[in-house]
Design a protein. Structure first.
Length: 107
């Protein structure tokens, strides 16, 4: 069973897929943003990164696989969210439980 791991803000950055990349590659515009988002696809801390960017209203760059425009749209749709970290961690845990239950049914 997959276990949900909560990392403190300073800890998740040490596991980010982009930690050894050129930071400027994540602060691009236009079609280049799609290339930057590829780095995030298999990142083990994508959820933590996205939550941090939403909680701190980071305006520029690709964070958690989302552009600034995509993040603004989420913030606009859900203006009452107090903590994106809590919300996304809960969703991640629920997803892991659902996957484990599905795997148990097929085993």
């Amino acid at each position: 069973m997959s276990e949900t791991l909560y990392l403190e803000p300073a800890e998740w950055t040490t596991q980010a897929a982009c930690r050894t990349s050129d930071p400027d590659a994540l602060f691009v515009q236009g079609a280049e943003q799609n290339r930057a988002k590829v780095v995030c696809q298999a990142c083990p801390v994508r959820t933590e990164c996205l939550a941090d960017s939403l909680d701190n209203r980071i305006e520029f760059g690709v964070w958690g696989g989302m552009t600034e425009r995509e993040r603004r749209a989420i913030l606009k749709r859900r203006p009452n969210v107090q903590s994106w970290s809590r919300l996304l961690q809960a969703a991640k845990a629920e997803h892991a439980r659902a996957e484990a239950a599905a795997a148990a049914r097929t085993a």
